[in-house]
Design a binder for this molecule. Structure first.
Ligand code: HEC
Length: 126
């Protein structure tokens, strides 16, 4: 009996419409999937150099292509989000400050000025 009524529940057109409205409502309120990262095959030379800088300095603590945490938060879509995990906006200045001076549990990371520009170019592809 219980099983039959569950099937009736799931196939009711009204409920399906309701579910669609709920899903589109969530999308409008910002609960949507993250924008995709740029594929490595399309990187400019600067972005490709930035990826190397990332692997040298950041990859042991951060995943670049997911928001799942390693030692620090995953950085997927970092620069496309309204705010970083700490709540501050992901401007180049804030990101550089985080790297140069550290932030909370993250120690300062000594990235040279030139490498920093490549790194930022790469972070914008995430
Ligand atoms: C030894 C581990 C480690 C390394 C290396 C490291 N990070 Fe982090 N990072 C962390 C941790 C831990 C946090 C979380 C800090 C907190 O909120 O207390 C963090 C946080 C961040 C944040 C979020 C800041 C915020 O305001 O929410 C960014 C962006 C970031 N790291 C970028 C980088 C970049 C880029 C590099 C490479 C230059 C890097 N990190 C290298 C551990 C690391």
């Amino acid at each position: 009996m219980f099983f039959r009524s569950r099937i009736a529940y799931a196939s009711s057109p009204c409920l399906i419409v309701l579910a669609l409205v709920l899903v589109s409502g969530l999308a409008l309120t910002g609960c949507k999937p993250l924008p995709p990262s740029k594929p490595a095959a399309e990187f400019t030379p600067d972005e490709a150099r930035g990826a190397q800088v990332f692997h040298a300095y950041c990859a042991r603590c951060h995943y670049p292509t997911t928001t799942r945490g390693l030692k620090g938060p995953g950085l997927q879509a970092l620069t496309k989000l309204k705010e970083m995990p700490s709540g501050t906006p992901p401007t180049d200045e804030r990101i550089m400050q985080t790297i140069r001076h550290g932030h909370g549990m993250m120690q300062p990371v000594p990235v040279e000025d030139e490498d920093m520009q490549y790194l930022l170019a790469y972070l914008h592809t995430l």
